[in-house]
Design a protein around this ligand. Sequence first.
Ligand code: FES
Length: 128
Amino acid sequence: MNMLSKVEASWISGTLRTLWITAMAAPKVHLSTLPPEPVIPSKKPFKVELVGGKRYSWCACGHSKKQPLCDGAHKTKAQGLSPLRFVPEKDATVWLCGCKYTNNPPYCDGTHKQDFIVSAPLHEQSDS
Ligand code: FES
């Protein structure tokens, strides 16, 4: 014995088909509120001679063309990511992270040697 009449089954089938077509035709939206992942501009750190008392902005998104420092590219290419601003107390030569995945920003902590960085594609800088 059927639980649904032929009319009911047809109505359910038609309704589901309409919902599916509507969902497939709807504009795609980005539902995530997570900030974007940084891209990898370099798989090695940058040796930088810092000047004590000077303000620096380390690029956290990877899109800057002035690596390892920020050039403002995050404003258009990685909204939700911000540079890390810091002021060294004294002059120092340091290794600033180039892969953008260090756990001790802005400094390299060796994360770039891990497989997920070694096997990841390098980001190609573009003018757009
Ligand atoms: S360059 Fe990113 S951790 Fe070394």
